[in-house]
Design a binder for this molecule. Structure first.
Ligand code: GAP
Length: 442
């Protein structure tokens, strides 16, 4: 983890938020390469679940919603963790976490009696207090109870409350889904493990509406589809597993949940939850809003309340898994080579243009080659230090291809493409360079 935190900072993937002021726990900034990788993850997800499917439409709902939404969803009552403080060292812990029986990602469980001493210093702990994880803020100029709102702790509710709007606008038939990518906020008691558990993070969520009775079959479909998505991004099979949650681990809305987990350095941890939310949310919003959130089933001639299968993944956790999975250290000709073996679709930079040296005759053709590639992909130009060091720099950030412009280029109008993983080099004419790279990147 330390190696990756350091690489992330040094190469511009992830910085501590407001670092010059000492940072803020659970908040992170994505740097120039990080924002590219993050966007590529989101693009890959959107392509797989919206663009390539004929049964899912996209949505971008607001982060701040009517406060009644969170009463109806159950978050006001149940999205809370028991918190204890050490009277000696003042460290704060989740009481259910200390008891060791609840995965840290599961919220809403009360503390059990038993753990009375601080695991850090052995000091006495306070009595557990329930602590709601939703961030509060105010809408409008008056800061009172009536103007209190919450930052959404999940993007899901934006989709449930738009069920009728989307159904009417798109005239969809069951089964169909909505997909959304967006920020979510949780005032986690113990953020940590770099970007694994944050207070501000991004989710990629699908709410897939199905006929009651077909929900278990669709649940299996989505578990398989989501696992395959990670494998398709090149995540190694041995680092990925699917785990069915025990009954006591289920969220308040779920009948059954599977987690896709990744083998992080701190052990198997959740990348994505795939829950069967039943008709819980649509029924609750019908009850609290007074608006019927139903579907007219032509077959039976009845209005039904669909069940929901919800694959819900975290962009930041996927980002971390992709970094871990791609990270390699190799020895090449007696020297250490650090390599990020990222899937080409995720790599922040697809190709780097490197003139062999800073000789003045190489700059113009190298710049021309760079001009040629920039409209197609995120690329970089680098002419500082030896060519070997520049290859290493690109390997370390996962750039799949380096394009080298050398003295022969001046004669043969050709360049060398170097492959990140094999380090093989092939010569291609500049006129065919875009096509040659496209073939490889696709
Ligand atoms: N709508 C369902 C829901 O929000 P969740 O299991 O609480 O379910 C879904 O969250 C996903 O969001 C998780 O699998 C994880 O990838 C991500 N996530 C949740 N809390 C997070 C946090 N504090 N920091 C980073 N990612 C988080």
């Amino acid at each position: 983890m330390e190696i990756l935190v350091s690489l992330s900072k040094r190469r511009g993937f992830v910085f501590q938020s407001s670092e010059i002021y000492g940072g803020l726990g659970g908040f992170w900034d994505y740097g120039p390469l990080g924002v590219e990788l993050k966007n590529n993850i989101k693009r890959a997800w959107w392509k797989a679940v919206v663009q390539e499917r004929d049964d899912i439409v996209g949505l971008d709902a607001s982060i701040v919603m009517n406060p009644r939404v969170w009463v109806a969803s159950g978050h006001v009552d149940t999205f809370a963790d028991p918190m204890v403080d050490c009277k000696e060292c003042k460290k704060r812990f989740r009481a259910d976490d200390l008891a060791g029986h609840v995965a840290a990602g599961v919220h809403g469980h009360a503390a059990e009696a038993g753990v009375a001493r601080c695991p850090e210093c052995g000091g006495e702990l306070t009595e557990p207090r329930m602590f709601n994880l939703m961030f509060k803020t105010f809408v409008g100029p008056v800061e009172d109870q009536a103007s209190t709102v919450h930052l959404r702790p999940e993007t899901a509710q934006g989709m449930f409350v738009n069920f009728d709007n989307v159904l009417t606008a798109t005239r969809r038939k069951l089964p169909f889904g909505m997909a959304q990518i967006g920020k979510a906020f949780r005032n986690e008691i113990t953020p940590g493990n770099f970007i694994f558990r944050d207070r501000e993070f991004e989710q990629m969520e699908i709410e897939y509406f199905v006929k009651p009775g077909t929900d278990e079959e669709w649940h299996q479909h989505w578990v398989e589809a989501r696992r395959n998505w990670y494998l398709g991004l090149g995540i190694r099979e041995e680092n990925l597993r699917v785990r069915r949650l025990d009954k006591e681990e289920l969220a308040h809305y779920a009948k059954d949940t599977y987690e896709v987990e990744y083998l992080f350095p701190m052990g198997w941890s959740e990348l994505e939850g795939i829950a069967n939310r039943t008709d819980f949310d649509l029924r609750r919003h019908t009850e609290f809003s007074g608006r019927q959130l139903t579907y007219y089933d032509e077959e039976s001639g009845e209005h039904i309340v669909p069940y929901v299968i919800e694959p819900s993944s975290g962009v930041d956790r996927c980002f971390l898994a992709v970094l871990f999975d791609g990270y390699r250290e190799e020895t090449v000709r007696g020297e250490k080579r650090v390599l990020l073996r990222l899937h080409p679709s995720l790599a922040p930079i697809k190709a780097a243009v490197l003139p062999l040296s800073r000789h003045e005759s190489l700059a113009p053709p190298a710049r021309k080659v760079w001009d040629l590639l920039r409209p197609h992909w995120m690329t970089q130009f680098d002419d500082s230090q030896s060519i070997g060091r520049r290859y290493r720099r690109q390997d370390e950030v996962g750039t799949p291809y380096c394009v080298t412009v050398d003295f022969d280029t001046l004669e043969d109008q050709a360049v060398t493409i170097r492959d990140r993983d094999s380090m093989d080099q092939v010569r291609v004419p500049i006129a065919g360079l875009v096509e040659a790279l496209r073939e490889r990147l696709d």
